[in-house]
Design a protein around this ligand. Structure first.
Ligand code: PMV
Length: 326
């Protein structure tokens, strides 16, 4: 059988998944909404091998970055693959190779794109072995991917994905092909993984009411985007990541991803907004880096922000690409 090569993009949540239902296979305590990052991709190649156990190796290709998964990362990836095999009654053994088209040392999480790509690659290769897999719908694949890594279930759709309960679905919003900047203020490995963060936040007194706050913001954000109210959309997106980071800071034990540099970048963004009364949507994940999304017509401002932050920090900047609607 020929090897199968599949890629999947990363995504950035504007309404965050933070907190999961214990023992549910990553079912979230609130809905989340993400924008798909078509420029940041993981590639997975599956090759059937004769014997032994499934193995993982970095995918070596001149256009891709070298990926060095930790022992824990490898086991988690292999476990997801073995769960998919079990679910679809597959007995064959595979070599799994993967790599990203973005550097792994820049503090950008690749679990969303890598688990989505692995799920899609498995479905593609296994359908030759089990005809029942033919035509498995994207919702089912999203649900399966979620069980490997929660946020990966949104990476199967784009440009917008809404995840409620079991799986994600595409969300029709006109805003597309946005420019994206990540100001990389910290590229070392996180002290607290997002899996740990999901658990710790439930100890925060602010966790009470968090699902409700997220659902209200989701509704308000979708309306703001539908009615092109960029000011309001920006404010909601800002309040949302601040809410998530406050959960971290008020957990027991309390923790924080914000560094002095993150705070400086955020302050600069606020000052630019006050000055120009326009600017990007700004958000942060469970990490120190700051993401910015610009509308297509903000190309000049995208270039200005890039120049401003690149003078002091590592900056990754991607011009908006035409999204495949999927
Ligand atoms: O999918 P996980 O378990 O890595 O959680 C991701 C959580 C955040 O990135 C902080 C928010 C989100 O919705 O992507």
């Amino acid at each position: 059988m020929n090897p199968v090569l599949v890629s999947a993009p990363s995504n950035i949540a504007l309404i965050k998944y933070m907190g999961k239902i214990e023992g549910s296979g990553n079912k979230p305590t609130n809905s989340s909404l993400s924008y798909t990052l078509e420029n940041l991709k993981t590639f997975v190649r599956l090759t059937q091998i004769d014997q032994g156990e499934d193995q993982w190796k970095p995918l070596v290709r001149p256009d891709l970055e070298h990926l060095d998964l930790s022992e824990r990362g490898k086991l988690r990836f292999l476990k997801h693959f073995s769960n998919l095999k079990e679910k679809w009654n597959i007995n064959a053994t595979f070599l799994i190779e993967s790599a990203n088209n973005f550097p792994s040392d820049c503090g950008l999480a690749s679990s969303a794109s890598s688990f989505a790509a692995l799920t899609l690659a498995a479905a593609e290769v296994f359908q030759n072995m089990n005809p029942q897999i033919w035509g498995t719908d994207k919702k089912t694949l999203s649900e399966l991917s979620r069980q490997g890594s929660g946020s990966s279930c949104r990476s199967l759709f784009g440009p917008w994905a809404l995840w409620q309960h079991e799986y994600a679905e595409p969300m029709g919003l006109e805003l597309t092909d946005m420019h994206h900047i990540v100001v990389v203020v910290e590229d070392s490995k996180k002290q607290i993984s997002s899996s740990e963060a999901h658990k710790l936040v439930t100890t925060s007194p602010r966790f009470e009411g968090r699902p409700e706050r997220a659902e209200i913001r989701l509704k308000d954000l979708v309306n703001a985007l539908r009615f092109n109210d960029w000011h309001l959309a920006r404010q909601i997106v800002w309040d949302e990541f601040v809410d998530m980071h406050r959960l971290f800071e008020t957990s027991t034990p309390s923790f924080s991803y914000m560094t002095a540099d993150s705070k400086q970048v955020l302050e600069d963004c606020q000052n630019f907004w006050t000055k120009w009364q326009d600017g990007p949507l700004v958000t942060m994940d469970a990490g120190a880096n700051v993401h910015m999304l610009f509308r297509q017509d903000q190309k000049k401002s995208f270039a200005d922000y890039r120049e401003h932050f690149a003078a002091k920090y590592k900056v990754l900047a991607f011009e908006g690409v035409k999204h495949d609607v999927h």
